[in-house]
Design a protein around this ligand. Structure first.
Ligand SMILES: Cc1cc2nc3c(=O)[nH]c(=O)nc-3n(C[C@H](O)[C@H](O)[C@H](O)COP(=O)(O)O)c2cc1C
Length: 208
C-alpha cells in the first residue's frame, strides 16, 4: 500500500474481531513507535502494552463503556513522565553518550541548554509538553500501523486518572495520556464503510 492508500484504509475501529496480531507485527509496530521524533530527543513517555484480559476488564470500567478495550488484540497505554527536570535530561545524555560514544563532558553544554529550556516552563507547561510528545508517538503508531495493515483505535475517551490508579503509575512517575487499541477490525464494524471526512486542500492548506 502507498502511504495514501494506507491512510485511507485505516479508520478508528469501533468493533474488533477476536483475532490476535502476531508477535512479529506487534514488535515491528512498537519499534516504529519508538522511532517517533521528540523535542530534544528526550522521549518523556513510556508505553505499556496490555495483553492481560483481567487487567483490561478492570480498565473497561474507566473507559466509558468502550468495549474495544477488552476485545481488541492489545491495548497500548501512552503514559507521560511526570518528573520532567534535570534527572530526565541527565538520563538521556547518558544514553547519547553510550550510543554515540561521546564522553559526557563533551555533552555538558547541550545538557545545560536543554535543562535551561525546561526550567523556563512552569510545572503545568512541563506536564503538557510531555503529553504533547506522547501524542506525536501516537501519530507515529497510527501511521505505522496503517502501513503494516494493523487496525487501531486511538482513545482519549477514558478516565485517565483512574487508569493511573489501576496501573500504579504514580509510583513510577507516569500519568496516562491516552490509549490505543490494536487488532483486526470485525467484519460487522459499522464504521468500516464510512467515507472519510477531511477538509480538502483549499480549506486546510495555505502555500505562500
Ligand atoms: C486523540 C484521539 C482520541 C480519540 N478518542 C476516541 C475515543 O475515545 N473513542 C473512539 O471511538 N474514537 C476516538 N478517536 C477516533 C476519532 O474519532 C477518529 O480518528 C476521527 O473521527 C476520524 O476518523 P477516522 O480516524 O476513522 O478517519 C480518537 C482519535 C484521536 C486522534
Amino acid at each position: 500500500m502507498s502511504v495514501i492508500e494506507a491512510l485511507n484504509w485505516r479508520y478508528a475501529v469501533r468493533e474488533f474481531s477476536n483475532e490476535k496480531i502476531s508477535d512479529e507485527s506487534l514488535k515491528t509496530l512498537l519499534d516504529a513507535t519508538r522511532l517517533a521524533a521528540t523535542s530534544y530527543g528526550l522521549q518523556p513517555y513510556r508505553l505499556m502494552v496490555i495483553d492481560d484480559k483481567e487487567l483490561r476488564k478492570k480498565l473497561l470500567e474507566f473507559s466509558f463503556g468502550q468495549k474495544k478495550v477488552l476485545y481488541c488484540s492489545h491495548l497500548v497505554v501512552f503514559a507521560a513522565q511526570t518528573n520532567i527536570g534535570d534527572s530526565l535530561v541527565d538520563n538521556y545524555i547518558r544514553k547519547v553518550s553510550n550510543v554515540r560514544k561521546i564522553p559526557i563532558t563533551e555533552l555538558r553544554d547541550y545538557a545545560d541548554h536543554i535543562k535551561a529550556a525546561l526550567s523556563n516552563k512552569s510545572d503545568k507547561q512541563k506536564r503538557e509538553w510531555a503529553h504533547q510528545q506522547a501524542y506525536i508517538a501516537l501519530g507515529t503508531l497510527l501511521t505505522s500501523a496503517a502501513l503494516l495493515g494493523i487496525d487501531t483505535c486511538p482513545m482519549g475517551g477514558i478516565d485517565a486518572r483512574a487508569y493511573d490508579d489501576t496501573l500504579n503509575f504514580k509510583s513510577i512517575n507516569l500519568e496516562t495520556s491516552m490509549v490505543c487499541a490494536l487488532g483486526v477490525r470485525a467484519q460487522q464494524d459499522k464504521s468500516a464503510g464510512l467515507k472519510k471526512v477531511r477538509y480538502d486542500e483549499s480549506e486546510m492548506l495555505v502555500t505562500i
